[in-house]
Design a protein around this ligand. Structure first.
Ligand SMILES: Cc1cc2nc3c(=O)[nH]c(=O)nc-3n(C[C@H](O)[C@H](O)[C@H](O)COP(=O)(O)O)c2cc1C
Length: 335
């Protein structure tokens, strides 16, 4: 699938430094358990960047179909495009460009915009790439303004994904499904062990989740945050009072294929960056999407058919801690 925009011009070669700048932004994307399942490879003429999945960084017990892996890579694609815009370069997207190469998820062709085209709109999102962190802390009882909700919906729609901010009834239903899924995960030794294997409590690391990024459990048990350290948790046992009614956004696609998954990641990151730029915090509640039957029940009967891909909890509160990333040299291949 090709996406052409108004600025198509002469294809442009980037320098190694510019490519490293892009890769650092791509690598800052969110990913399941901070697994960072991506690789970037510049073409020989450096006029394009290939985005590949890295199957060696899969999370197979939790994500057997690779759906979340594709969502994570999609988030990295969005960051790459935003970073290119910050350099004044348009990165034209070709999704799944080669059916023979399953690892190749996207190609970005670089183009210099027309001189009078003005700054690329995505450049405004660039500062949020480094500011965005998952916040698993309690949020304030303060609504996201309706106008901003409209902007977040438009941001998801830009990538072909439907964002719905849930009303109270739907929110409670989705929280109950998430709690159910979290209980099942607790009873699944392989998933529990896998989640724990991505927690980095002591040694400095370049992936996984450090202790300071983990949040408290909900004292009132109505926000079922993921327990990364076991049931009952073996560390970070404290609990705190969460917001009375979390503000949840679902991301839904019409299809459930690889293209929809990558698009979901792009929409997730576009929404998350925009939210960050407006002072909002966010965390992902993914558990109910990880079990086929709870995922099926996530569908909102009111809004018709569609596949729920991810759930984001939005609100105002403390920033999350930064999580580590692999060095650019490990994820970027220059030729
Ligand atoms: C597909 C996907 C699923 C995720 N699921 C959860 C989740 O269920 N619970 C959670 O606390 N964080 C979840 N996360 C957030 C990641 O743990 C987080 O992005 C990663 O640790 C990197 O941290 P950062 O977002 O602060 O950069 C998910 C992220 C993605 C992309």
């Amino acid at each position: 699938m090709t996406e052409n925009t108004h600025t198509a011009a002469v294809r442009d070669a980037l320098t190694p430094d510019q490519l490293a700048f892009l890769a650092a932004a791509g690598g800052a994307a969110p990913s399941l358990h901070n697994s960072q399942p991506w690789r970037f490879r510049a073409t020989g003429d450096r006029r394009a960047l290939l985005v590949l999945r890295d199957p060696s960084r899969a999370v197979p017990a939790t994500d057997p179909t690779g759906r979340a892996l594709h969502v994570s890579v999609g988030a990295a694609v969005l960051n790459l495009r935003v970073a290119a815009a910050a350099l004044g370069v348009e990165a034209q997207l070709h999704l799944l460009p080669d059916p023979q190469q399953l690892d190749l998820l996207a190609r970005l062709d670089f183009a210099r915009p027309e001189p009078d085209a003005g700054p690329l709109p995505d450049a405004e999102l660039y500062p949020a790439v480094a500011e965005r962190h998952t916040s698993r802390q309690p949020f304030a009882n303060r609504d996201v303004p309706e106008q901003l909700v409209g902007e977040l919906m438009a941001a998801a729609d830009h990538e072909g994904v439907v964002l719905a901010m849930l009303e109270e009834y739907e929110t409670r239903r989705v929280l109950a499904l998430t709690a159910d899924a979290e209980r099942r995960t607790a009873a699944d030794a392989a998933r529990e062990a896998e989640a724990r294997s991505w927690v980095r409590l002591e040694a400095p690391a370049t992936d996984g989740i450090p202790a300071e990024a983990l949040g408290p459990l909900d004292h009132d048990a109505h926000v079922p945050v993921r327990s990364f350290t076991g049931h009952p948790p073996t560390s970070v046992p404290r609990s705190a009072h969460f917001e009375a009614l979390p503000q949840l956004a679902t991301f839904t696609t019409a299809h459930d294929d690889r293209s929809a998954w990558v698009r979901t990641g792009m929409a997730l990151e576009r929404v998350w960056l925009l939210a960050t730029a407006h002072g909002l915090r966010a965390s992902v509640l993914h558990q109910a999407v990880e079990w086929p039957d709870t995922r099926w029940q996530l569908r909102d009967p009111e809004t018709g058919p569609g596949y729920v891909q991810i759930i984001l909890r939005l609100g105002y509160g403390p920033a999350g801690a930064a999580t580590p990333r692999r060095p650019v040299a490990e994820i970027l291949q220059l030729s």
